[in-house]
Design a protein around this ligand. Structure first.
Ligand code: DGL
Length: 264
């Protein structure tokens, strides 16, 4: 039986989904959470659909064994490749992450939107159907964020090398006249300070994490799953990668945060 004080589960192919966790924690401070960082299998974006589905199943089953009441697939690649399968297989509510094409298409003045995402996300049918549905009359410029997940996973989010790499990736979209840059991978919000330095002021960076937190709040309410107990929320973070690196992505952690290495 699901209790409303059970944690919200999140998983990603590593540390990127912590950008989503931050938005969830800010909007829903009474909720406990359990975050799985599958760094050992990153990047998911280079894997086949069936490999991504089996990793997503493994992560989901772990979170369900820990009684998570709702699961956030804090990874665009896993969402685009595996969320229908997860929804058809397990009865817990799932929240997925997709590149925020809709708000970008609504807000663009130049009618040109850039999307930086992984190979797996850009190749997915979900990405293409969302784009067709929400971006009529808008030109979409796609660019694969080659190497970015690996760099963030190694702790590199700043520096001249990263700036040069990002410039190389976004420059052609900027030259085409985009005024919105959609971050289609949850690892990329950690690169926002660096991106802000290299992008012209006319380009707005679109990060979907606040929208994901709003959607999570709505689904909890709809399902009667909001935590109403007065117990202090607990936040557990498990990684099958480098625990010191995980700690660096959580600089403001408190005593109710528990970080551990887990071989999964
Ligand atoms: N954070 C994942 C995403 O949002 C990274 C994907 C990957 O591991 O390639 O897509």
């Amino acid at each position: 039986m699901t209790s409303s004080s059970n944690p919200i589960g999140l998983f990603d192919s590593g540390l990127g989904g912590i950008s989503i966790w931050q938005a969830i924690h800010a909007m829903l401070p009474r909720e406990s959470t359990l975050y799985l960082a599958d760094s050992k299998h990153a990047p998911y974006g280079e894997k086949t659909k069936s490999e991504i589905i089996s990793l997503a199943e493994k992560n989901t089953e772990y979170l369900l064994a820990k009684n998570c009441k709702l699961i956030i697939v804090a990874c665009n690649t896993a969402t685009t490749q595996a969320i229908s399968h997860l929804r058809n297989t397990y009865s817990v509510p799932f929240i997925g992450i997709e590149p925020a094409i809709k708000p970008a298409a609504l807000n663009t003045k130049t009618k040109k939107v850039g999307v930086l995402a992984t190979k797996g996300t850009l190749a997915s049918s979900l990405f293409h159907s969302t784009t067709n549905l929400h971006a009529a009359g808008v030109e979409i410029f796609e660019r694969e964020g080659t190497g970015l997940v690996e760099r963030v996973e190694s702790g590199e989010v700043e520096g001249p090398d990263m700036e040069a790499h990002l410039k190389e990736l976004v420059q052609s979209m900027v030259d085409q006249g985009i005024d919105q840059l959609v971050l289609g991978c949850t690892h990329y919000p950690f690169l926002i300070p660096c991106l802000e330095r290299i992008l012209p002021k006319t380009v707005h960076i679109v990060d979907c994490s606040p929208a994901v937190a709003r959607q999570t709040a709505a689904i909890l309410l709809q399902n009667g799953l909001e935590n109403t107990s007065d117990n202090q929320p607990q936040h557990q973070f498990y990684t099958n990668g480098d625990i010191d690196l995980l700690a660096k992505f959580l600089p403001h952690r408190r005593p109710n945060f528990d970080l551990a290495y887990l071989d999964f």
